[in-house]
Design a protein around this ligand. Structure first.
Ligand code: MSP
Length: 506
């Protein structure tokens, strides 16, 4: 049995959850659900990033203590996770004691191996990005991301990042799939080749963080602390923890393109310095804009996932996010585009197929899956297409090609809609000759079998809706393995009800 560890970044608590957060969480959930259905043991990790100056400032603006503020905001992110029907195995808050211990233990290992030294940091810092910038990166007095910067001069501990240029390049050369997509890998290699400077990893001008072991006048830089969350969830610092052994080598870390540098440069360098292998794969997805504009609190155009789910249903939101853009690319959200996508792919393609076929069987074939007669070439053809999905979809999931996963299922759904139109079961029913009745049974059997395949494979993306279709089809075994056994004739259907009603823009 294989193991998989799927992770999202942990979310900063400086604002409400929005579509960007939901995107990473849903993508990770689709992968986690897929691998569970494929029979793997899965650990799906997520949580909230609660320390640092940015969160401390947000608490102050809200007139609350950081603890009260983070308790409230973390609960909101937990709620978002539930609302989008995500199923993490661990939801970690970085304010938990076990995380403090883990982050401090990682620091301790770095000190012991001689990778940390004390000096003074002089340079620019952007609180919004929680990132340090070089003088050469400052554009018109701002960070390259547009974030305001402040000049800092403070005593600081440094991590000897400069020593990791060569080892990182060697590591990525030996592991060509460690960063995806390819464009991002090239970007990261270019950045490393441009030269790495030692990294300031502690702060002294505020105290909302994890104390540096042995020097409580410093708190750990929020990124070195936050990144250790991946290890905390698997039982670190207990290096004999079974989860660490089973799942760490199988880690697939998802994150947006804005934070890939932290994950693909700093993180593996910290890990290698602490004698821990880097995660197996880092996948960076793109960014969503809203009606062509960057989403931001100040523009007031942030897409609220709670309203979206409330209005259109959770599966519509999950489907849209996975289908609309290639995983790894950027995309635009507009409510018109959303509604159009849902109506065409869900109400028309999948909804129509399952509704018309199941209703037809219910009304005209005694509400049981018919027994097939002779299979003709067109029957074999469409059944083969459904059967081939198994390997195709597995390759998609191995590559985190989430949009391709959905598209491949929809190719078979479209094929099935064409098959219904060509085979005309209603005409066969009307003619009523024994030959036509037998042919009708075959056609309906083939269609029910294709719908079963589609619904079983759609489960990771739309668990509720796929479940309803499978309920109506009378199917209790829903694993991918179950598809190796042909659909059983005689299975009783329950009364079909439409699963994907047409929606209108609200
Ligand atoms: N706390 C850090 C991550 C630490 S991981 C050890 C952080 N948090 S965040 O809340 O700012 O961002 C979390 C995730 O949301 C990132 O993967 C980011 O790319 C994603 N998104 C935020 N806005 C987004 C869009 N508009 N579109 C797509 N994803 C976006 O960074």
């Amino acid at each position: 049995m294989t193991n998989r560890c799927i992770t999202t970044p942990i979310y900063y608590l400086n604002g409400d959850p929005h579509l960007g957060h939901v995107y990473t969480t849903v993508a990770a959930d689709v992968l986690a659900r897929y691998w569970r259905l494929a029979g793997a043991r899965v650990k799906f990790l997520t949580g909230t990033d609660e320390h640092g100056q940015k969160v401390a400032q947000a608490a102050e603006e809200a007139g609350e203590t950081p603890q009260v503020y983070t308790d409230r905001m973390s609960a909101l992110f937990r709620e978002m996770t539930d609302v989008v029907n995500a199923t993490p195995d661990v939801f970690l808050r970085t304010t938990e004691e076990r995380h403090h211990k883990s982050a401090q233990a990682l620091w301790g290992k770095l000190v012991k191996a001689g990778h940390i030294y004390e000096s003074t940091y002089k340079g620019w810092y952007a609180v919004r990005d929680e990132a340090y910038y070089e003088e050469s990166e400052i554009v018109d007095g701002k960070a390259p991301t547009g974030a305001p910067v402040e000049w800092r001069e403070e005593p600081s501990y440094f991590f000897r990042l400069s020593a990791w240029e060569r080892p990182l390049l060697d590591y990525y050369e030996a592991n060509p799939k460690a960063i995806a997509p390819l464009g991002r890998r090239n970007e990261i290699l270019g950045f490393i080749k441009g030269g790495l400077r030692d990294l300031s990893i502690s702060r002294t001008n505020f105290d909302w963080g994890v104390a540096v072991p042995g020097d409580p006048t410093h708190v750990m830089y929020v990124w070195i602390e936050a990144l250790s969350y991946y290890l905390t969830c698997l039982g670190f610092p207990d290096e004999d923890s079974p989860d660490l052994k089973d799942f760490w080598p199988e880690s697939i870390q998802l994150m947006g393109k804005d934070i890939i540098r932290f994950h693909a440069v700093y993180w593996p360098a910290f890990l290698m310095a602490a004698d821990i292998n880097p995660p197996k794969r880092i996948f960076s997805h793109g960014w969503w804009t809203h009606n062509g504009e960057k989403m931001s609190k100040s523009l007031g155009n942030v897409v609220n996932p709670f309203r979206l789910v409330d209005t259109y249903g959770v599966d519509s939101v999950r489907y849209f996010l996975m289908r609309e853009i290639p995983f790894g690319g950027d995309g635009d959200y507009s409510e018109e585009g959303f509604v159009q996508r849902i109506n065409s792919d869900l109400a028309n393609d999948l909804g129509n197929l399952s509704q018309r076929v199941l209703t037809f069987i219910y009304k005209n074939a005694g509400a049981v899956i018919p027994t097939p007669d002779f299979l003709q070439s067109e029957d074999h053809e469409i059944l083969a297409k459904a059967a081939h999905l198994h390997d195709k979809l597995r390759d998609d999931m191995e590559a985190q090609a989430l949009q391709a996963y959905v598209q491949h299922i929809w190719e078979v759904i479209s094929e099935a809609n064409r098959y219904v139109d060509a085979q005309k079961p209603w005409s066969l029913n009307k003619s009523g000759t024994p030959e036509d009745k037998a042919r009708m049974g075959t056609v309906l059997y083939v269609l029910a079998e294709v719908i079963r395949h589609a619904a079983i494979y759609v489960q990771p993306v739309m668990p509720d809706s796929a479940g309803k279709i499978l309920d109506q089809l009378g199917q209790t075994d829903r694993t991918f393995e179950s598809l190796k056994t042909p659909l059983k004739p005689g299975t009783k259907l329950s009364e079909p009800v439409p699963v994907f009603p047409r929606v209108e823009k609200m």
